[in-house]
Structure formats: C-alpha cells, structure tokens
Design a protein around this ligand. Structure first.
Ligand code: G3P
Length: 272
C-alpha cells in the first residue's frame, strides 16, 4: 500500500520524506490555510505559491495533490490546468483534486460538475484525485470518468454515523470497522457501517469491474484504520503526520528498547 502524507506543513512533510517510505502528499485548502497561518505566526513572509513550490521540492516528483476551488466544470478544468502549468517546473506529478460533487446544498445545479471536471481533466491526460467521496457509487462514477485516485473520507464517514445516531466520541477515537450494534441493529448510512467499511466496499467494487482507479483511504484519524486499509487491499492511504508517528510506536517496543540498551555489554557496543 502506498503511503501519502496528508499535510501541507513543510516541517512535517520534510520529516516524513526523510523516513524514506512516503510515496506522495495530499493537501486541501484547509491544510494549506493552517500551514500558511503557522508560518505567518512565526513571522515568515510567505505566499501560497512559494509555499506549494517548497512542498513540491521536498516531494521530489512523487504525486502531490492540489485541490481546485471552483465549482463549475468549465472553471474547475482551467483552474486544474493552471495549477499544473504553474507548478510543473517543480514536478510532473501534480494531481488535481476535484470534489466528486461541488454542490454546497441539496438543491444545487452543481451536482454533476465534479464528474464532468474529472472527465475533462483525465481526457487531457491529467492526474485527478476525486475527493470528498462518501459512497462506493460516487467512487464508481469518478472511476468511470477517469480519476487516478478516489479519496474515501473514512474518518468523516465515522463522524457522520456518530452524528446521525447521536453517539458521542472523540474524532480520533477508533470506530469499529464492522460498525456499532445498538439494540440489535448495526448503525449504518445506506448500507455503510463505518468509514473503513466504505473503503473496503469501494476496493471490492472497483476490483470487480477491473477499474484502474486507486482507492485512497483518507481522513484517517488513528493507526488501526491504516492497518484495516492495508488489510482490505486498499491501494494507498493518506495519513496525517500525527498518525504516521503513531504507526511506529508501541509501549512494549519502548520497554524492550530500554532493556536492550541497559543490558548491552560495554565491549559488545565497541565491536569493530
Ligand atoms: O484526506 C482528507 C483529510 O485531509 C481530511 O481529514 O481529519 O479533516 O477529516 P479530516
């Protein structure tokens, strides 16, 4: 499974790439805003274009997703092309992130604009990451339109299930993949029982139809979701830096490490 870092923070991305196991970066407008504010608070005079070019330099031509802000296909397509042209001197692997549906209310004329934009950009041989995907059927349409990746928002799916069923739990708290049984009934949203179930069903659906689009498990909040994404054969997971760090930690690893360090004979340490 490919590992992407879900961040726009230069220090986090730099550190993650130094581990040597990162295959790409995903950003979104909220992550870019947070990262820029952090730099400005430190007194840096930084603009968004320079910031993005710094991310691309660290990512050294691994895929970096940049999201459009427009909401009509006729505007999203040129914005995607513009983002690509602006940054292509830093990387050929710029992936344009397109919301699967940019509608901002139930009754909207923008419902299908995302699918049209995905089709328009993929026809122009551009890499597209369909984002804000919450159903396997949205993923199917995005895949048929030629998306390179479909970003399945597992954590936000769990948030939705919690809200819908009045459950209280912290965002980062693990939500069981098999769902929660309340009074003999598994809580669900149209047959999806958890964020990781959403990922699993999408992997299965795309596989059954031989679609080449890669499933990208996104909005991950804890390390167990990463394991579950890998176990269901998900192609890629985009992981916040905090969760990436959790992946290498276990209390017994720390305990064992302390003991081995204490026990190591002095002359063993000096073997040359
Ligand atoms: O990968 C999408 C991600 O950035 C959203 O994460 O935790 O805000 O739902 P989150």
């Amino acid at each position: 499974m490919k590992i992407f870092v879900d961040s726009a923070d230069i220090e986090e991305i730099k550190e993650a790439y130094e581990w040597g196991i990162v295959n790409g970066v995903t950003t979104n407008p909220s992550l870019i805003k947070q990262a820029l504010e952090k730099r400005k608070e430190k007194g840096e005079n930084i603009d968004v274009k320079t910031h993005i070019s710094e991310i691309l330099k660290i990512a050294r031509s691994t895929p970096v997703s940049l999201e459009v802000t427009e909401k009509k296909a006729k505007d999203m397509i040129p914005q995607g092309i513009m983002l690509y042209r602006t940054f292509k001197s830093y990387s050929k692997n710029i992936v344009i992130k397109i919301p699967v549906s940019p509608a901002m209310k139930e009754e909207s004329k923008n419902d299908y604009e995302g699918i049209k934009a995905i089709k328009g950009l993929s026809e122009r041989k551009m890499l597209v990451n369909a984002t804000l995907v919450f159903t396997p059927e949205q993923a199917l349409l995005a895949a048929k339109a030629g998306a390179t990746y479909v970003s399945m928002f597992a954590g936000r799916m769990d948030d939705y299930l919690k809200e819908k069923h009045g459950l209280k739990a912290k965002k980062e708290e693990y939500y069981p993949m098999e769902g929660i049984n309340e009074k003999g009934r598994i809580l669900e949203d149209d047959g999806i029982v958890s964020g990781m179930d959403l990922v699993a069903q999408t992997v299965e659906l795309l596989k059954q139809h031989g679609l080449k689009t890669e499933v990208l498990a996104a909005s991950l909040r804890n390390k167990r979701q990463v394991r579950e994404a890998a176990l269901v054969g998900c192609h890629a997971a985009t992981i916040p830096f905090k969760v990436l760090k959790e992946l290498v930690m276990h209390p017994k690893t720390i305990e064992g490490m302390k003991k081995f360090s204490e026990d190591a004979p002095e002359d063993y340490k000096k073997i040359k």
